[in-house]
Design a protein around this ligand. Structure first.
Ligand code: TEU
Length: 540
């Protein structure tokens, strides 16, 4: 139907519901709070909102442990609040994308409660159960991403069950078609309520190795580098995720979405070095996912060479598929903190980053608070809520530093987020950057976000044009974005030093495009860029 391609090149705003706006004074954000703040989201000029989970949950992993896929957790409100949110979002021209955590459920989900009750109940095979080894130990060497073994002993069934994350997040058994059917029914439930799309959590973790084979031994090169090696590096039972069963489920999922029309999906693919092959397998052909994102730009690397490589690798690997780029989300250190060099200016990094993100080929996703240029918050151990951080502190401090509440009013005690005590403390540094203060300052990061996203909307070549990387010298990234007769040149100077590069003359005359914050200068035959400066030009 018309507008069915809205997701291609769209701008998504990620809301972490617990930390967006509290409307009840209990210190946790909720759906009614989101409704109140939708005008802020709309004012940014984004197309869609992705909501992290608000489903019924014991909150062991902050909602990524679902105990009822078709209910709103009372902490967040009711289904009526959800319906009100959808209609208000639609009235403001915003699509709603919800987060489906299908790979695992909570151990409090009735399916798991039934499954663990005996070895022969109707749902006995809905999770990944296995016999211990003869010596009583776990069936194989698989590990949990959140630390420790990937198996938990159950004293009733006298068997182990598998989990990739917490022991309270048992892995659903996708080899069982009934499990797939039941999960697709929950997807249908939300489609019927009018959601426009889905973010699929850990979409490459759905199907496990059905022979439960051991992972290969950890290579010395990895074991040597870290004291506590990242188990990702050797979770090979997870990693053959281009396997046919996973693809077949995604085809079923897509067929369901296509019954409705104008819906979209974005899969989270964390698959180490194989991520791009997985993205290609999941997004090609137009009959699986619409788009995926990887962790490529969610890490510490900030250089022209790194972004160049990410783009080049993506374009080479995924010829028929679509990416959604993000620099920050609820799992990683905020990018302004990751990317500001010692002695550097975080505000400059925030402004540079949004210009870069807006020029990339793909859809783009911004995470609540990044439009304020927020840095990672410091959290004391006593205040930690993330089980992953509690487990690995202080080597890894977890994800609470990027999950602290939004700041709306600089003068209000809790930044206007809540009348009660927020579930995570609000940093003083954040309060100084509150929305109301930045709103009044045309030079603020917030105003820059609005202006950059508006400029992107005015330049269709940035939304769906092709991309062609150019060779440069130094810490400078340059590429062309082309659509129809439009040919744009985008140049970003990542370095702390001024840079200059020759005007690529073979494309005709170059004139600067008025793009917010772009200050590069075209000389007679060179373009000159100050540190963290960028230039957008048009060949005529
Ligand atoms: O994240 C999957 C994932 O890869 C994370 O475990 C990631 O490695 C970690 O957060 C460190 O960056 C998804 C969700 O986004 C995350 O919040 C959940 O905890 C996880 O799945 C389990 O559902």
């Amino acid at each position: 139907g018309p507008g069915a391609d809205w997701w291609r090149g769209c701008v998504i705003y990620q809301v972490y519901p617990r930390s967006f706006q509290d409307s009840t004074g209990d210190g946790s954000g909720d759906l009614a709070g989101i409704v109140r703040r939708l005008p802020h989201i709309a004012s940014l000029g984004v197309d869609a909102v992705w909501l992290s989970p608000f489903f019924k949950s014991p909150m062991a992993d902050m909602g990524y442990d679902v105990s009822d896929y078709c209910a709103v957790d009372p902490m967040f409100g009711t289904l009526a609040d959800f319906d009100a949110m959808i209609s208000e979002a639609h009235r403001l021209g915003l699509k709603i994308i919800i987060d489906q955590v299908l790979s695992h459920s909570s151990d409090k989900h009735p399916w798991f409660v039934e499954s663990r009750a005996s070895r022969d109940n109707p749902k006995a095979d809905w999770y990944v159960w296995a016999q211990p080894k003869p010596d009583g130990t776990a069936p194989n060497n698989w590990l949990s991403i959140f630390g420790g073994p990937g198996w938990e002993w159950d004293s009733t069934r006298k068997q182990y069950y598998q989990h990739n994350f917490l022991a309270s997040q048992p892995d659903l058994n996708f080899h069982n078609p009934q499990v797939q059917d039941a999960l697709l029914e929950t997807v249908r439930f939300w489609l019927d309520r009018g959601v426009d799309g889905f973010r699929l959590d850990t979409v490459n973790f759905y199907v496990h190795d059905k022979w439960l084979r051991d992972n290969p031994p950890l290579p010395k090169s990895i074991a040597g580098e870290n004291e506590e090696p990242n188990p990702y590096e050797y979770q090979d039972h997870l990693f053959d995720k281009t396997r046919p069963e996973n693809i077949a489920f995604l085809e079923r999922f897509r067929a369901l979405l296509d019954e409705y029309g104008n819906r979209s999906s974005v899969g989270e693919v964390g698959d180490g070095e194989r991520s791009l092959q997985t993205v290609a397998a999941y997004t090609s052909g137009g009959d699986k996912l619409h788009m995926c994102y990887t962790f490529d730009l969610l890490g510490p690397k900030f250089s022209a060479a790194h972004v160049h490589k990410c783009i080049a690798d993506f374009e080479a690997a995924v010829t028929d598929g679509w990416v959604c780029w993000a620099f920050s989300n609820h799992d990683v250190i905020r990018h302004v903190t990751r990317w500001t060099r010692p002695g550097g200016d975080p505000e400059a990094v925030a402004k540079f980053s949004i210009a870069l993100l807006a020029c990339l080929r793909g859809s783009i996703c911004i995470y609540q608070g990044e439009e304020l240029g927020l840095e990672e918050a410091e959290i004391a151990f006593e205040d930690l809520r993330d089980p992953y951080g509690i487990r690995f502190w202080p080597g890894y401090k977890g994800r609470d530093g990027c999950r602290t509440p939004m700041v709306w009013e600089a003068q209000a005690e809790q930044g206007g987020f809540s009348d009660g005590k927020p579930w995570l403390p609000i940093s003083a540094a954040h309060r100084a950057l509150a929305v109301d203060r930045q709103q009044r300052d045309p030079e603020s990061v917030l105003c820059r976000y609005r202006a950059v996203l508006e400029a992107r909307r005015m330049l269709p070549a940035l939304i769906h044009g092709s991309i062609m990387l150019l060779e440069t010298e130094g810490d400078v990234l340059a590429f062309l974005r082309e659509e129809g007769d439009e040919r744009l040149l985008c140049i970003f100077n990542f370095s702390e030093k001024a840079a200059s590069l020759p005007v690529p003359a073979r494309f005709g005359g170059l004139i600067p495009v008025p793009f917010p914050g772009a200050a590069g200068e075209v000389g007679k035959d060179r373009i000159i860029l100050a540190p963290l400066d960028y230039f957008i030009g048009r060949f005529v």
